[in-house]
Write a protein that binds this ligand. Structure first.
Ligand code: ATP
Ligand code: MG
Length: 571
């Protein structure tokens, strides 16, 4: 390709719309343009890089035995009703109406469609395992689309769905996808770490997310350098997430006045001096407008994802002060669960069998001391509800845990039989008994992966593409383009020779100053630049500059061979 024949609208200035470096570089390097918030057009170079990521994904899916299909993006709402997600996914579903005013949904994901397909096509254990995948546009009505391709309203996902006759089979399918994902991200030149993920209200068995460490990531990952434990903070636990050693109750519950005390810290100060670790924090949430009490140690924070898992829904909210007063007869600051039997009470594991605790008395300005969990509070269920923080001991080896921000690029999920039961994907097993297929689902955000590569691989001058996904591998740069000159002739020769070797090469044939050309090729981030200038060519030499390496002066006649060697080394 010749630079003058394609469209590479590089920008000197950073557009105001971009907050993070990868988004800025996507725009500045002329890879994408915004149509409107959360919607982007891929320009020729951006699309080339995207196609390369897609191709790596496709090859590894095929290698893992998955079958490529293509499902409709437009879906009938009844299958969403059948799976029970029409309501649950309400917030992300884009809905459209046809001429008869009938409603349709734009697929944010395809469990419903693929399971309906399998329900009709697979009827025997002999036809399994099967794993179907597609690379397709997804639509999600995100609350906060931002950071360019990272969180868009419309994006490209690779989604795969496995169907097995047995649970062991499903685990093997899961493992295959896990391994394929590791290969995909490695081939994309991306450092992505698999971490244990929350299975949340999807109710799946287990799940891993592939995370790219980055300060701008929207997730937090907890990890241990000692044993390799790594988990999304939504799921992470530590040695402190276990029950405390049992404590014997010490005397009866005592009510005492605490005028003006509104927080854990107030009660920790003199004259009360009750350490936060000896207080019970009482939170009130509303689930379908019914109050639910959540208890934690005073020095712990709630992990809302864990609470969602315990409640079995993500549609709950913190109660307002007046709603709390109506439910418990007191305002926040004096709340407690002693004697509360009319509402469910969920307590963090760390509180189990603790005694001598202090909590609110459900009367403004009063607290209770000598509270023993087992004796004085009717706990509906103990569960791990606390947020793990950096420095806590690893649940496996005890070393201090670290916390890092990260971008989720992929997700593997063992689903079980939720969808196959709801949508009748049943088969006859070896004994002739009808069973629901055991499913897994596996997603990669292809467009998000492309941007994550840039977020991880750039410098002050621009993108540093890994060779495997660069829009063009080589940029041949004649420093002058005077027709008939030696420089241009040499450049054309090298360009033609590399093209003939199937190298993705672009010829910067613009009539621009060398400085402009160099800046642009660094901004776009071509892995190798071959510069042909009058002075060096007079000595029979050209300059090869790997984007991330040192400049090499080589014999002009050897330039093509040297470039091919650099490409081979990177493969
Ligand atoms: P997130 O937590 O970031 O919203 P998710 O868990 O809802 O993502 P999945 O349903 O697991 O996403 O989708 C599979 C993959 O699709 C994600 O791992 C992510 O890489 C990508 N993805 C999800 N939502 C978006 C989006 N709005 N824009 C771009 N990529 C996305
Ligand atoms: Mg996910």
């Amino acid at each position: 390709m010749r630079w003058t024949e394609t469209l590479i609208p590089t920008l000197k200035e950073t557009p105001a719309e971009a907050e993070i470096v990868s988004h800025k570089l996507l725009l500045r390097a002329g890879l994408i343009r915004k149509l409107t918030g959360g919607l982007y057009t891929f320009l020729p170079l951006g699309l080339r890089a995207l196609r390369k990521v897609e191709q790596i994904v496709r090859e590894e899916m095929n290698r893992a035995g998955a079958l490529e299909v293509l499902m409709p993006a437009l879906q009938p709402p009844d299958i969403w009703q059948q799976s029970g997600r029409y309501e649950a996914a309400r917030d992300v579903l884009f809905k459209v109406r046809d001429r008869a005013k009938k409603e349709w949904v734009l697929g944010p994901t395809h469990e419903e469609v693929i399971t309906s397909l399998v329900a009709g096509e697979i009827s025997s254990y002999r036809q399994m395992p099967k794993n179907f995948y597609q690379i397709q546009t997804k639509f999600r009505d995100e609350i906060r689309p931002r950071f360019g391709l990272m969180r868009a309203k419309e994006f490209v996902m690779k989604d795969a769905y496995s169907f097995d006759a047995t649970d062991e089979g499903a685990q093997a399918s899961y493992r295959k996808m896990y391994d394929a994902y590791a290969r995909i991200f490695q081939r994309c030149g991306l450092k992505a770490i698999p971490v244990e993920a929350d299975t949340g209200v999807m109710g799946g068995k287990f799940s891993h997310e592939f995370m790219v460490p980055a300060e701008t990531g929207e997730n937090e990952v907890v990890f241990c350098e000692g044993c390799g434990y790594a988990a999304n903070v939504e799921k992470a636990s530590s040695k402190w997430s276990a029950p405390s050693p049992p404590q014997a109750p010490s005397g009866a519950v005592e009510r005492f006045p605490t005028p003006g005390v509104a927080t854990i810290e107030d009660l920790a100060r003199p004259p009360y001096g009750v350490p936060a670790s000896r207080q019970i924090k009482t939170l009130v949430f509303l689930v379908e407008s019914k109050p639910v009490l959540v208890l934690l140690r005073g020095d712990d924070q709630l992990n809302e994802a864990k609470l969602a898992g315990v409640l079995g829904t993500i549609t709950f909210r913190a109660a307002e002060s007046e709603e709390i007063h109506a439910a418990l007869g007191a305002h926040p600051g004096s709340l407690g669960a002693v004697g509360v039997t009319q509402y469910p009470v969920y307590a963090d594991e760390r509180l189990r069998d603790t005694a001598g605790m202090t909590t609110g008395a459900n009367a403004d300005g009063y607290h209770l001391r000598n509270v023993a969990l087992g004796r004085d509070i009717a706990v509906t269920r103990f569960a791990d509800l606390r947020l793990v923080r950096a420095g806590e001991p690893c649940p496996h080896c005890g070393q201090p845990l670290k916390v890092q921000r990260a971008i989720e690029v992929g997700h593997v999920f063992k689903l079980g039989t939720k969808y196959s039961e709801a949508l009748n994907a049943l088969f006859l097993d070896e004994t002739g008994k009808q069973q629901p297929a055991v499913m897994g689902c596996y997603g990669i955000g292809v467009t998000r992966t492309l941007q994550a590569i840039i977020e991880q691989s750039h410098d002050d001058f621009g993108i540093i593409w890994p060779m495997s996904v660069a829009p063009y591998t080589v940029c041949v740069t004649p420093l002058s383009v005077v027709p008939g000159s030696d420089v241009l002739r040499r450049a054309e020769e090298i360009y033609a020779a590399l093209s003939a070797q199937q190298v993705d090469v672009i010829l910067d044939d613009r009539n621009e100053r060398p400085g402009v050309k160099f800046k642009d090729s660094e901004l776009v981030g071509f892995p190798i630049r071959v510069a042909i200038g009058e002075k060096s060519l007079a000595k029979g030499e050209v300059e090869i500059k790997p984007r991330a390496g040192a400049l090499l002066s080589v014999k002009a006649d050897e330039a093509v061979a040297r470039v091919l060697e650099l490409i081979r080394q990177a493969a």
